[in-house]
Design a binder for this molecule. Structure first.
Ligand SMILES: [Fe+2]
Ligand SMILES: [Fe+2]
Length: 254
């Protein structure tokens, strides 16, 4: 796959899901900071753009990571179900397990490695923020998107929500994502890029591995919402509103 370094990282990740692995390997932000052109994103991650482009070029143009699919055309309801079943479920199962592991590692090694306590506090804050955030998506935003899609399919009006436009709850979700991104970046920095010390015990190493996996899953999760679900929802709302205005116009002319 040949890409142009002026293309945004977000655009590349949306249309070629296999590229996400390359971005992860190089620590390139493709979700919250995905609007940067590839060249600028590489600069920010401190990696040579030529090397990244070479790895991108080696990917199979049609390959999609196992268990993934391209979400640019699928119904929104399928995408929201995928997000809940794959990513929200993962957070709900994994966060308590990581917290228990953190407690164990902090109690054994916290004195010699004070950064572990800071990682623990940051992870607990991240976990609390994510649980509250997922409830908002599952109980307010996602059901509204499903109703909106139903209206678009049947030619009905935009459903009534507790907000004037879907852009308002989306703006709130985007801000939450930025906060979560800042917390994961802090954990990455505190752990030195998840590098456990030479002498670290298996629990310590397992903890850093789990934290890194948690970060990767969060990036994929936020990428699906920020770069695919939310822009598609805004577009769908606009076409529903335009459709109803056109309908009113033709009624008024009669
Ligand atoms: Fe989510
Ligand atoms: Fe979200």
């Amino acid at each position: 796959m040949i890409f142009d370094k002026t293309q945004t990282v977000r655009e590349i990740a949306i249309h070629h899901p296999a590229t996400v692995r390359v971005f992860e390997n190089f620590g390139i932000d493709y979700c919250c900071g995905g609007k940067r052109p590839l060249e600028e994103a590489c600069e920010k991650a401190n990696v040579p753009v030529g090397k990244v482009m070479q790895q991108l070029a080696e990917l199979d143009a049609t390959s999609v990571p196992a268990g993934e699919q391209s979400w640019t055309e699928a119904p929104l309801a399928l995408l929201t179900a995928h997000i809940v079943n794959r990513h929200h479920r993962y957070v709900r199962a994994e966060a308590p397990r990581v917290e228990a592991l953190l407690q164990k590692v902090v109690s054994k090694h916290g004195e010699a490695h004070p950064e572990l306590k800071a990682i623990q506090e940051t992870f607990v804050a991240l976990s609390q923020e994510l649980f509250a955030h997922m409830m908002k998506e599952e109980h307010v935003l996602f059901p509204f998107l499903e109703n909106m899609e139903q209206a678009a399919r049947t030619g009905g009006p935009r459903p009534v929500g507790c907000f004037e436009s879907v852009e308002f709850p989306i703006a709130r979700m985007l801000a939450d994502h930025d906060d979560a991104g800042a917390l994961t970046a802090k954990i990455r920095a505190l752990s030195g890029g998840y590098q456990a010390p030479e002498s670290a015990c298996p629990s310590y190493r397992g903890l850093y591995h789990s934290l890194e996996e948690f970060e990767h899953d969060l990036h994929r999760h936020v990428h699906l919402e920020n770069n695919i679900l939310f822009p598609r929802a805004v577009e769908m709302e606009q076409s529903l509103v335009e459709g109803s205005h056109a309908g009113q116009g033709s009624t008024a002319r009669r």
